[in-house]
Every structure is written in C-alpha cells, then in structure tokens.
Design a protein around this ligand. Structure first.
Ligand code: FES
Ligand code: FE2
Length: 332
C-alpha cells in the first residue's frame, strides 16, 4: 500500500557507524526493498534494491573500485548517481540512461542513515533534536524489531500510565499510578504535551534515588517522537532528550531506533546506556506484540480511553487528519 504521508518522510535504516566505507546493507521500508552503501569518499548512497538488468538484489553485491555498487548477478556497476558505468559482458560500451539504478534521497543525522522513498514531492525536513548541542553525549541504539505497526510503537512511547506496571522499579512503581492532567497541543508541527509528571524509582541509568520526573513530548512526524525531561531549575538544560524513530518495514513489522542525548553521559562509555534502554524496551516489546489489532485504530470509539490517554488520543486524531493509511485502521 503506498502512503503519500510516509513515502516522502525520512526513515532510519542503519546507524551511521554500522555503514562503514565499502559496506552494502539491505533494508525494507514500507514493504519496499532498499539498499544503502558507502563509497570510499565516505559518502552514503541509497537505491531501490533492484538491478535494472534482471531484477537481482543489489544488496547482495559489493562496492567495487571504491565508488560503484556492483550487482551480484552479471556485475553491472552503478556510481553514486545510479548511472551504470560498467557492463562486464560488453566492456567499453556506454550504458544508456535507462540502465540506471533508481536512486533515493538519503541523509545522515543524529548518528542514523535516513532514506525517503520518493523524490517528489520533496521529502519533509531532516529530523531535528532542537535542544541538543555540544553539551550532550549522543548514544544511538537499535534497531529493535517489533511485530506491530509503527503507530502502536509510537503510542507506547507517548504513554506514561504503563510505567508502574511494565517498568516497575525503574520508570514507575506502585502505588504511584495516578497521572495528573497535562496540556496537549495539536499544531502544524505536530503534537506536543507538557508537564507530564510521573514518579520514577530510577529515571535514568545514573539516578541514585526515586524522583518525580516531568516530561515534554513532541511528535513532529507520524513515526517520530521526542521526549525531553523538563529541567529542575530555570535556566538549566534538560538532562535527557530521547528521540524514537519507528521505521515501518511492513504495516505490522517495525524497527525502532533511539537517539539518546544526555548531559550526564559526556565522556562515559555508551554501552551501559544502551543496556539500560534495552532492558526498558524489551519490557515494552512483549506487551506491544500482544496488542490486537496490530494496526492502530483511528476511530476514537474503537478502544476505551482514560484521562491519561489524552496524548495518544490527540496523536490518533492527528494521524486521521493527515490521512495516514499505513499501519492504522483508518476512520470509516
Ligand atoms: S541482474 Fe544485475 S547485472 Fe544482471
Ligand atoms: Fe514503556
């Protein structure tokens, strides 16, 4: 199913560090096969993962001469612009334009390689993390494979009422289950909720005691969301900004990536922060994969809602307004 909202959006397909010079990686986004590769100048490229000759997967090939992706089947080579520059079975002959691989837009930002599936209309702006500057250490984590839709996974990221049950002892604990009302705003740049308060026994890896934490959530795109811990004092920076990016492999299979920006992680090894996130997300994954239907129902009458669900309800309303169809059960 082609979804115009998501086709033009940026989808994370690899950590930048995992796509080394000379490396070729296959990925699936919106049921479409994509190949990304990095040339010897360090520039990453994305193509549709299909050779124009006989349809073989280019991701089974390799980088040749540093600057061309070679098809595994008959060895045709494609430069970064997708042009076929070598046909080994007829050396010395120029390939016509039609023999080109289909290029896709690619950007690298926040330690991730992002691709878009259509060149026109122009892709939406490159992912941003507005508060994050040099005072933060970035830790990139993922992908986590989850057997559910992208919108179900995003909604889980926006949900605080599950903390005392799914993340008991870390992000929440009984009897601190009540969620106070919080304001939610829907505007041209997405959904925002502020002052979302919850009591957390261990809010981060380095927290030494329980504390009441206040979050701000911002959902700038249907499958991307940011959580910012509100600073304790005026003028202080938020200690944590966490971006979740959900890459829709199919309607009901999603890859989750996290970019964690932390003031307190400067100069620290990254792995313990990844391990903490891994523990948290494995707790989410079990419940996420149990939810039925897997696609998120956009009809407000479809499931039952409590007051704490204002953010997720607004998110559903926004997806319906945008006309999202992929990974959701649209309004009748
Ligand atoms: S299928 Fe790619 S070169 Fe023949
Ligand atoms: Fe969770």
């Amino acid at each position: 199913m082609s979804d115009p909202v998501l086709l033009g959006d940026w989808h994370a397909v690899s950590q930048s560090d995992a796509l080394r010079v000379g490396q070729v990686l296959g990925a699936t986004v919106l049921d479409e096969a994509v190949v990304v590769w990095r040339d010897s100048a360090g520039v990453a490229h994305a193509f549709r993962d299909r050779c124009p000759h006989r349809g073989a997967k280019l991701s089974l090939g390799c980088v040749r001469d540093g600057l061309a992706l070679q098809c595994p089947y008959h060895g045709w080579r494609f430069d970064g612009a997708g042009r076929c520059v070598v046909m080994p079975a007829q050396p010395g002959q120029d390939a016509p334009e039609k023999f080109s691989a289909q290029t896709l837009p690619l950007v690298e930002a926040w330690g991730l390689v992002w691709v878009a599936l259509c060149a026109t209309p122009a892709p939406v702006p490159v992912p941003v993390m507005p508060e994050v500057d040099d005072d933060y250490a970035l830790v990139v984590d993922g992908p986590y494979e989850v057997a559910t839709s992208g919108p179900r996974a995003v909604e889980n990221f926006l949900d605080m009422a599950h903390f005392p049950f799914i993340h008991s002892g870390s992000l929440g604990a009984e009897p601190y289950t009540q969620i106070a009302d919080y304001p939610v705003e829907l505007s041209a740049d997405g959904v925002r909720a502020t002052g979302c308060k919850v009591w957390q026994p261990q809010t981060t890896l380095v927290a030494e005691r329980g504390t009441e934490t206040a979050y701000t959530y911002w959902v700038p795109r249907p499958l991307r969301a940011l959580l910012t811990k509100e600073p304790g004092a005026k003028g202080e920076k938020p200690s944590d900004v966490i971006m979740l990016a959900a890459t829709p492999v199919s309607e009901v299979h999603t890859q989750i990536w996290f970019v964690m920006a932390m003031t307190y992680a400067k100069g620290q090894p990254a792995q313990p922060f990844r391990d903490f996130q891994h523990t948290i997300f494995m707790q989410d994954k079990a419940v996420l994969e149990s939810q039925r239907p897997q696609r998120l129902p956009l009809d407000p009458m479809a499931e039952c809602h409590q007051r704490a669900d204002r953010l997720s309800l607004t998110y559903r309303r926004w997806l319906a307004q945008l006309g999202l169809r992929y990974g959701v059960i649209p309004l009748a």
